[in-house]
Design a protein around this ligand. Structure first.
Ligand SMILES: Nc1ncnc2c1ncn2[C@@H]1O[C@H](COP(=O)(O)OP(=O)(O)OP(=O)(O)O)[C@@H](O)[C@H]1O
Ligand SMILES: [Mg+2]
Length: 405
């Protein structure tokens, strides 16, 4: 089935250049060029087969970013790629925040165009399946398994949710399909960190856990404008008990068949749901601050998982958070107390940057290079981000490498 592309620009030269390049791509077809925002919306609304809109940021009369938001709301399965004069991190973040799936220069090379169209067309197909809008058939990942990473806090407040949210955003930014699950069923606060309001939660899937369809999921999940799909914890903590081990197992299995990356925030207090996530995850990580009480709590937690036959300590990873060179407890000392080696990546303290991001409701903008680098490295270490060579230029529309998950 060919990929169907709409070009939205009032610049005939830009349209002609894109048409010529796309004509060289197999299985990709330009269904039209529209020169104003109203017409673009008209085609998006009426052309069911449309996969991708290549949108010139200068299109009018509606501003490019407002138009992206509107397309995402009206037709969430249509992938918008913004064509921008300027390619920097700010343009990319802004575009992703409004719901675009990527940014390209106004004169992309054939290779850039081809790889971006491939990635977003795949995303669009998966979204169609999830939303039950037809067209694509068969299991979402074509029989492949998504990767589940479960994060727990050794104690309350160690930074587990911050890491879960940031990893989910980073994996989305890298073009992966991501579901972030809040399995901190009693005190989950992912919604606050992502500045979102949504009433449906994982508890709403329990009664239909045997038969979760795309439409059921689409009803319960929240699609965050920065990319990740989010399955929240129930608003009423007492509903935590509804999420049995078998329901959690079924829900996670469905998510695994539909997303490339599933990040589960398990919180610090174990419930049947969170313990099950720890058990089935490809990687289980405990977030630990570099102080003795917390290190001991991490050890206790991993021993608890061992006693419950959930996970062996050698199969548990530790991430040190708020770790700085000035701390008395350094990674090698932590390793001795824990009896396990922490992950290579430690998360540095970033108090003001995180506070600012939360207070401004802007989780994608963490104004702290060290913290952002740590999230990227941690994502690579945990296998939820493609490994990017250190020499590659940062910022701009960075392309994920095609890597098996
Ligand atoms: N690397 C960091 N540097 C500075 N502050 C941090 C860092 N990570 C998290 N925080 C801050 O610590 C507080 C707790 O973080 P977070 O909610 O992520 O922890 P948690 O382990 O999920 O807590 P809970 O037990 O409530 O679920 C928040 O105010 C957050 O901004
Ligand atoms: Mg938390």
């Amino acid at each position: 089935m060919s990929i169907q592309v709409l070009i939205g620009t009032s610049d005939p030269e830009l349209a002609a250049g894109l048409r010529t390049k796309i004509a060289e791509l197999a299985d990709t077809q330009v269904i039209g060029v529209e020169n104003n925002s109203g017409n673009v919306l008209g085609i998006v609304g009426s052309h069911q087969e449309l996969d991708i809109v290549l949108l010139d940021e200068g299109i009018g009369p509606q501003l490019g970013h407002d138009l992206i938001r509107e397309i995402a709301l009206r037709s969430p399965h249509v992938a918008v790629v913004l064509l921008s004069e300027q390619l920097d991190e700010e343009v990319l973040s802004r575009a992703l925040e409004t719901g675009a799936r990527g940014v390209l220069g106004r004169n992309p090379t054939l290779e850039e165009l081809s790889s971006r169209l491939d990635v977003v067309a795949e995303w669009s197909q998966r979204m169609r399946q999830l939303l039950g809008t037809g067209r694509a058939e068969g299991p979402e990942l074509g029989g492949r398994r998504g990767r589940i990473v479960a994060l727990a806090g050794a104690k309350g407040g160690t930074g587990a949710t911050t890491i879960a949210v940031q990893l989910a955003l980073a994996a989305s930014r890298a073009g992966r399909s991501v579901c972030l699950v809040d399995m901190d069923l009693q005190t989950g606060d992912v919604a606050t960190y992502l500045d979102m309001v949504h009433r449906r939660s994982v508890a709403d899937l329990v009664s239909v856990a045997n038969e979760i369809t795309g439409a059921v999921l689409a009803d319960v999940l929240f699609i965050h404008e920065a990319g990740p799909h989010v399955l929240l914890a129930p608003q009423d903590g007492e509903r935590a008990e509804d999420v049995s081990s078998s329901a959690a197992r079924q829900i996670l299995a469905v998510l695994r068949s539909r997303y490339e990356v599933i990040i589960v925030d398990c919180g610090a207090f174990m419930t049947e749901g969170s313990v099950t996530a720890i058990e089935v995850a490809d990687r289980a990580v405990i977030a630990v601050t570099p102080d003795l009480p917390c290190l001991r709590a991490a050890k206790r937690l991993s021993h608890l998982w061992k006693r419950l036959d959930v996970r062996k300590p050698e199969d548990v990873s530790i991430v040190l958070t708020r770790q700085s060179r000035k701390d008395e407890i350094q990674p090698d000392f932590a390793a001795r107390i824990l009896g396990m080696t922490p992950l290579k990546t430690a998360v540095p303290p970033a108090f003001r940057a995180l506070e600012k991001a939360i207070n401004n409701g802007a989780p994608v903008r963490i104004d702290h290079d060290g913290f952002r680098n740590a999230m990227r490295q941690l994502g690579e270490e945990l296998g939820v981000l493609p490994v990017i060579a250190a020499a590659e230029p940062r910022g701009g529309a960075r392309r994920p490498k095609a890597e098996a998950i």
